[in-house]
Write a protein that binds this ligand. Structure first.
Ligand SMILES: Nc1nc2c(ncn2[C@@H]2O[C@H](COP(=O)(O)OP(=O)(O)O)[C@@H](O)[C@H]2O)c(=O)[nH]1
Ligand SMILES: [Mg+2]
Length: 202
């Protein structure tokens, strides 16, 4: 977080510290498992019936993770021009966001290729990207299905972009690697919470 904070940023910082509150945003193409992940965080249930339920524009939910309170912003994946929440309320969605989870499906090459587009689009929003931006995680989901994206593809992308904390492959159907991923996420939250307290001079 940058040195100079305006009134809104000060207030957000105050809220975050007093409520131990984090804001997550889950981004990626449609059908890759974003809402399934959020449903898992809120109910503990993995993907069971494969019926497609389109996220209508935006859903905001909440959960507890490792003692922290999380606000979850789930965005529609479909990207028709000027019909996506990022077209209309980028500020509401991205301001104060602590963690962006970029989701793609390991079965769907296009969803992986599109990660770069989502990333570029998000990056433009931030004025001081190097010093003041959310933590970025890249998640390849649907590890249970035949893959069309190899592990090294994900690792290479993360290395090339240089901004991601972690690349992790999971299955929200079998549950594979999900607990490991949540552990990494919780450790990051603990670390971030300490950082925030230092920034606020506590
Ligand atoms: N096989 C498999 N299916 C999954 C997995 N995660 C989610 N799904 C299914 O993929 C479909 C799309 O998931 P959804 O969470 O709605 O995608 P979103 O559009 O990114 O929010 C649903 O039918 C889910 O049940 C997974 O890890 N493996
Ligand atoms: Mg969805």
């Amino acid at each position: 977080m940058s040195e100079k904070r305006n009134h809104t940023e000060d207030y957000l910082l105050y809220l975050k510290i007093t409520k131990d509150l984090f804001k997550f945003c889950v981004i990626g193409d449609g059908g890759v498992g974003k809402s399934t992940f959020i449903n898992f965080l809120t109910t503990g249930q993995l993907a069971s019936n494969f019926k497609v339920t389109r996220t209508p524009y935006i859903n905001i939910d909440g959960c507890k993770l490792g003692g922290h309170t999380i606000q979850l912003y789930d965005l529609a994946g479909q990207r028709r021009t000027d019909a996506h929440p990022l077209d209309h309320m980028q500020n509401v969605i991205l301001k104060g966001t602590d963690i962006i989870l970029f989701f793609f499906s390991l079965e769907n090459l296009e969803s992986f290729i599109n990660i770069k587009k989502w990333y570029e689009e998000i990056k433009i929003f931030y004025k001081d990207w190097e010093n003041d931006r959310p933590l970025l995680f890249l998640i390849g989901n649907k590890l249970d299905l035949p893959r069309n994206v190899e592990s090294f593809n994900g690792e290479e992308l993360v290395e090339r972009m240089n901004d991601f904390e972690v690349y992790h492959e999971i299955s929200l159907f079998s549950g594979k690697n999900v607990e490991d991923f949540l552990k990494i996420l919780c450790d990051k939250l603990d670390e971030q919470f300490q950082n925030l307290k230092e920034i606020a001079g506590l």
